[in-house]
Design a protein around this ligand. Structure first.
Ligand code: ZN
Length: 67
């Protein structure tokens, strides 16, 4: 399937005018809204924060041989 280079929507032929893009976007939005409404995914207000390990322990024991 092709993609419109202007709005990025999948389309058979690229929209030739901005209005055509907007129209297609509105159709897409209403379609997505329907899908979202059907899914009704429970959204947790406080999502799990991605734990990031900061502070990598320094490697002890140097391996430098100095004469
Ligand atoms: Zn378009």
């Amino acid at each position: 399937m092709r993609v419109c280079p202007f709005c990025g929507l999948a389309t058979e032929s690229p929209h030739e005018t901005q209005e055509a893009c907007i129209e297609a976007l509105q159709v897409e939005i209403s379609r997505v809204r329907e899908i979202v409404a059907r899914l009704k995914e429970p959204e947790e207000p406080s999502g799990r924060p991605a734990l990031r390990i900061s502070g990598i322990p320094p490697t002890s024991g140097r391996e430098t041989d100095i004469d």
